[in-house]
Design a protein. Structure first.
Length: 245
């Protein structure tokens, strides 16, 4: 069974960096001395095992599942079940069974926080998770683009209608700032997330920029100490804890 405070990371559509936010928030909370679980409920687009560089699956004991530990975080994901990056072609009943299994049949132990990487949108999986976890705090991830903000509003309204508290809006791809320059370029527009926050009665609590990829260099999904986004995710973790408290 799950214990601790639930933080669901939601979005209206895919491709806005929701899983990146979920993973780095979980790791940042763990670095601050909290006991943290990360559950990847993005069934059709699970990416947490790849992002966390996990090449093995969970073990079992007495018909219970032992979650995988990585970066100090206890993790369960649909990515541990499918093999060779095969597509998930399951329908409602099977999906509901997996969701229930991740919640009730895993040896989680005492937890301070549970970060859930939710599927994008307002489909069956999201409804099942909301039903099985009736109370949670939700972070809504979007980009500044008007279309992304428009679609994200639906996910926010679904959260509110299910009595979940929206902690705030996280804006990815907020701007591009060339190295060693003060100028910021708002490639996907500006102001959409503030308008979204106003419509949902919440606030914009984080803005993460786009960085130019380094040539012939691996870009980690979990940001390391000394990097700009390492500090920004620590700030987000602080804000989340303060808001929940």
């Amino acid at each position: 069974m799950l214990s601790g405070k639930i933080i669901s990371v939601i979005s209206g559509k895919g491709g806005v960096g929701k899983s990146t936010v979920a993973a780095n928030l979980a790791v940042s909370l763990s670095r601050q001395g909290k006991s943290v679980a990360l559950i990847d409920f993005d069934i059709y687009g699970s990416s947490i095992p790849s992002m966390m560089n996990i090449s093995f699956g969970p073990k079992s004991m007495n018909n219970k599942i032992i979650p995988v530990d990585s970066h100090g975080v206890k993790i369960m994901s649909m990515g541990f079940i499918v093999k060779n990056n095969d597509p998930v072609v399951w329908r409602g009943p099977m999906l509901g069974k997996v969701i229930n299994q991740f919640i009730n049949e895993v040896i989680w132990g005492p937890l301070d926080y549970v970060v859930i990487d939710m599927p994008p949108g307002t489909g069956d999986v999201a409804m099942d998770v909301n039903r099985l976890i009736p109370s949670s705090h939700q972070l809504l991830v979007t980009t500044p683009h008007p279309t992304a903000s428009h679609v994200a509003e639906r996910a926010g309204k679904m959260a509110s209608s299910n009595n979940h508290k929206i902690l705030g809006i996280v804006e990815n791809m907020a701007f591009f700032q060339p190295p060693d320059q003060d100028a910021k370029y708002y490639i996907f527009g500006k102001g959409g997330s503030e308008q979204l926050a106003s419509k949902l009665g919440t606030e914009l609590i984080a803005q993460f920029p786009i960085f130019a990829p380094k040539e012939d260099d691996f870009e980690p999904s979990i940001y390391k100490k000394g990097s700009y986004l390492f500090d920004k995710y620590n700030e987000l973790a602080d804000k989340v804890q303060d808001s929940i408290a």
